[in-house]
Design a protein around this ligand. Structure first.
Ligand SMILES: [Ca+2]
Length: 130
């Protein structure tokens, strides 16, 4: 990403702001009386497949599983993992050479499940509670 800037920071959020499959970075610079946001757009050459999953509705704590031939990856929607920062309700899954996936499943905090079968890769999908 060419991260060579130096500033006092305690907050960072990674998100694919332009849905191009590359995670970008937003970093808050802490000044004595102000905060400056630095938006670092990822311009690294795309080297693999990916899929994005955006959850709608009450989704904090939801678990999202992407299944592919030979395995599965599960991630959780969390409110934040950086000081005074909140992550979006969007998850990014790097797939490498996998150009097909079997399914995307969201397990909602209330116990419901939403599943998308054979979704396309290299794009963002939205899931809502059923
Ligand atoms: Ca991006």
């Amino acid at each position: 990403m060419g991260l060579s800037q130096r500033f006092d920071s305690r907050s960072a959020v990674s998100v694919d702001m332009d849905s191009d499959g590359r995670l970008d970075l937003i970093v808050a610079e802490q000044l004595p009386a102000d905060i400056t946001l630095h938006v670092l757009r990822n311009a690294v050459k795309q080297t693999g497949h990916w899929v994005g999953v955006r959850l709608r509705g009450r989704c904090m704590g939801s678990q999202v599983t992407v299944r592919y031939d030979g395995g599965a990856v599960t991630r959780q929607i969390i409110s934040g993992d950086s000081f005074r920062a909140q992550q979006p309700a969007t998850l990014h899954f790097g797939l490498g050479n996998f150009s097909k996936i079997k399914s995307i499943q969201a397990r909602w905090p209330g116990g419901g499940i939403t599943r998308l079968e054979n979704p396309s890769v290299d794009q963002l999908h939205e899931l809502r509670p059923e």
